[in-house]
Design a binder for this molecule. Structure first.
Ligand code: IPM
Ligand code: MG
Length: 382
């Protein structure tokens, strides 16, 4: 039996929700000026698996470089407990209510990886905490830098973070035993704000090219909208070259050594951004090396792009986890709130530690350094 009426109702509710969301985006009030705040509150959330261990190391680094600001009260670092899979299951919410309240009292947060339940896991199918946080705090821009200096690679990805296939990922329709339908969503103000962010970044950082990645030849309504808006906004930036590629060939071009170093800034819908940034991070040394910024106009959240590595914890190896991704995310956080030199110092120290002659090496096992020893050494280089 098909229940067409209830499927139609479900679609109707979804439509209303996103029409209203589009209105809210239009009425949004510009970005926060952090340095004008009396106290900038940084929240730190450990998450699941290796998360607490590596996040604590990143907090140590932030405390070290912000020592004066913390003493003077300009900056406060708050540890927020409870963003764990156990607590989330207990409350049956993607983010426990008390945790969300605490997050909303901060200006920016650093977040360790969280477990996303999938089919076959012992957990109920609650929504990913990442995805929920991005939606809840309207963190529309997922900014992921990837650099491989010796290959001439210096890319910055602007992944749309609140729409596309993720916007209604848990609201698809299982219409009958045979037919299931998911939705992908694009709004005009939602496309505009991510594309503007990419061009504004390019302009502010002397980049000469912005590349849109879609599958607009096939996914016509939503990717088509994204691409149209991309070329409209590109006209506002005549000094920056704008071009577009389809996701399939773009995936190939990232491993084309002759072409890939020509790209600079990418802007792309959510799911393509998810996939392409893992590929890009792999070229830099793996997803464990990449940090990621999730920016909205009121809040911002910074995180590693990898998962919580439950296997490492099961095997008792979490003390050997690589903290560099979260430390890199912490540097991005500091840069975002105006501590540019401190951020650069951390990035330089991370680069120095990646060198072959560095005495601390993370291998993820007892053949290498612990996260703590790695961080001690990193702090000694600051
Ligand atoms: C990422 C991750 C998340 C995503 C998962 C953990 C929900 O892969 O940040 O790229 O799909 O966005
Ligand atoms: Mg991903």
């Amino acid at each position: 039996m098909y229940d067409i009426e209830s499927a139609k109702e479900q679609f109707g509710r979804l439509l209303v929700k996103h029409l209203e969301r589009a209105e809210r985006i239009k009425n949004d009030q510009g970005a926060t000026d952090y340095q004008s705040l009396d106290t900038i509150v940084i929240g730190a959330l450990g998450g699941d698996g290796i998360g607490p261990a590596i996040t604590n190391q990143a907090v140590r680094v932030m405390k070290h470089v912000l020592q004066k600001e913390i003493e003077s009260g300009k900056v406060e670092i708050r540890m927020i407990d409870g963003l764990t899979i156990e607590k989330r299951v207990e409350e049956n919410r993607a983010i426990p209510a008390a945790v969300l309240d605490e997050i909303k009292k901060c200006h920016v947060v650093l977040k360790g990886p969280t477990t996303t339940p999938r089919k076959g896991d012992p957990w109920p199918n609650i929504e990913s905490a990442n995805v929920a946080m991005r939606k809840e705090l309207d963190l529309f821009a997922n900014v992921r830098p990837v650099s491989v200096p010796e290959e001439g690679i210096d890319w910055t990805f602007f992944r749309e973070n609140t729409e596309g296939g993720y916007a209604a990922g848990k609201e698809g329709v299982v219409a009958s035993e045979d037919v299931s339908i998911d939705f992908t969503i694009a709004t005009t103000p939602g496309c505009e704000r991510i594309i503007r962010a990419a061009f504004a970044f390019a302009k502010a950082n002397g980049k000469k090219r912005v590349t849109a990645v879609t599958k607009a030849n096939i996914i016509k309504a939503t990717d088509g909208k994204f691409l149209d808006i991309f070329y409209q906004i590109a006209k506002e930036y005549p000094e920056i070259a704008a071009d577009d590629w389809y996701i399939d060939i773009m995936t190939a071009k990232l491993i084309d050594k002759k072409r890939r170093s020509d790209f600079e800034v990418f802007v792309l819908p959510n799911l393509y951004g998810d996939i392409l940034t893992d590929e890009a991070a792999e070229l830099q040394g793996g997803v464990g090396t990449a940090g990621s910024a999730n920016l909205g106009s009121r809040y911002a959240m910074f995180e590693a792009i990898h998962g919580s590595a439950p296997r490492m914890v099961q095997e008792g190896r979490e003390i050997y986890a690589d903290p560099s991704s979260v430390i890199r995310a912490a540097a991005m956080l500091l840069r975002h709130i105006g501590y540019i030199q401190e951020a650069a110092a951390i990035d330089n120290a991370l680069a120095a530690l990646a060198g072959a002659d560095c005495p601390v090496k993370i291998t993820g096992r007892d053949t290498g350094s612990t996260s703590e020893a790695y961080t001690d050494y990193l702090i000694s280089k600051l």
